[in-house]
Design a protein around this ligand. Structure first.
Ligand code: SAH
Length: 346
């Protein structure tokens, strides 16, 4: 059986034609699905024989919600979703004044091994397919009853380690027959898989690229991010400059501040020096504590100081507002806790 959400309109038109059906039905079917009708039987402009045929080939791969959490200020909701094979991922919905955002996962777990991240603790189970990624948005919209207008690909997994499915997702999600979310409303975050950044740049998309930098020297970066042994900062910066030239888009650099690891004044100066001539924005993220490691947040004062130093270098930056930390919203922690509890039999 095929998840129909893995198909784009063209794929489904071809399938229709090859199966002796009318091509225009493809659009009707997606119209139902993207309007939250997830049972072929309920598609009342589709002939019965076509429905029967669809049912023997396809399923509509919407995950089941197994846990929901809401932050005390109601601004953030977090969902644990389960796919047909039992794989579990998490997904966060955040409500801002300018619209609703979703943080989606691209893999079940992750194999990048960043020391501060909960998603990577059990390694990667598998990558998600295009349709499974789309379904996170569909399911979340149906639960919250609101349109989602912004997407950040910052949940579990490394999107550029699941390149083809993520690129197809970016294409479909943008289409009018689908979720119609503009590329400028999508941010893709990567730990820095350099050859893929070049490939992505060549596609000339209008999405925002975010790079998880987290350190301004290779030596410091290698201590917290294994990927730094493969690609150094100079290679990342070169790839970013290529991306900027190709797309004219400003890059975001993410810098998770960890007490006594990467948060002193020299670190800030080094980062300022590195980024001062690049069209970019720095997102300073006070690290979210994960039970399995010992990383701590710096004090508010030292975060502010770090930010001021960057500003003095002329580097745009903001300190990320912490949303939903009272519901473990950080980076794979919910799934981690859930899976851990199952493994431990509680
Ligand atoms: N693999 C991709 C996207 C998923 S992680 C990437 O590395 O960018 C999304 C962001 O959350 C990354 O910047 C990641 O480094 C950061 N992150 C992971 N664990 C964190 C934690 N405990 N506290 C703060 N940020 C964290």
């Amino acid at each position: 059986m095929i998840n129909i959400l893995d198909f784009d309109l063209n794929d489904l038109k071809i399938w229709m034609k090859e199966n002796g059906e009318k091509e225009f039905r493809a659009k009707q079917i997606f119209n139902w699905i993207y309007n939250e009708i997830w049972d072929f039987n309920d598609m009342n402009n589709i002939p019965k024989s076509t429905k029967e045929k669809l049912k023997t080939y396809f399923y509509i791969g919407i995950p089941e919600v197994i846990q929901t959490y809401e932050s005390s200020d109601n601004s953030t909701k977090k969902f644990l979703y389960k796919y047909r094979d039992g794989s579990i991922i998490e997904c966060v919905e955040m409500e801002y004044s300018y619209g609703n955002s979703i943080c989606i996962s691209t893999q079940v777990g992750c194999r990048m091994g960043c020391k501060f991240c909960a998603s990577t603790i059990g390694g990667v189970v598998r990558s998600l397919t295009t349709g499974e990624i789309i379904a996170q948005i569909l399911k979340t919209q149906s639960i919250v009853g609101k349109r989602i207008s912004n997407v950040v690909i910052m949940g579990s997994g490394e999107p550029l380690d699941n390149y083809d499915d993520v690129i197809k997702f970016l294409d479909i999600v943008n289409k009018e027959y689908s979720l119609n979310i503009g590329q400028r409303h999508i941010t893709l975050s990567t730990c820095g898989i350099v050859p893929r950044i070049y490939e992505l740049a060549d596609l000339n998309l209008q999405i925002t690229l975010a790079i998880s930098l987290h350190a301004a020297s290779d030596e410091a970066r290698r201590k917290i991010m294994p990927i730094a042994n493969k690609y150094n900062i100079e290679e990342i910066i070169n790839a970013c400059n290529y991306y900027i030239n190709k797309t004219n888009r400003r890059i975001t650099f993410e810098y998770a501040l960890v007490k006594d690891i990467n948060d002193n004044e020299d670190n800030a100066k080094q980062l300022g020096e590195l980024l001062k001539d690049i069209l970019c924005h720095v997102n300073l993220i006070p690290i979210n504590t994960v039970t399995e490691n010992n990383f701590k947040k710096p004090s508010k004062e030292s975060i502010k100081k770090f930010s001021d130093i960057l500003t003095n270098f002329g580097v745009n930056n903001t300190i990320r507002r912490e949303m939903g930390s009272d519901i473990n919203a950080a980076c794979g922690q919910l799934r981690r806790n859930y899976v851990k509890n199952i493994e431990e039999g509680c």
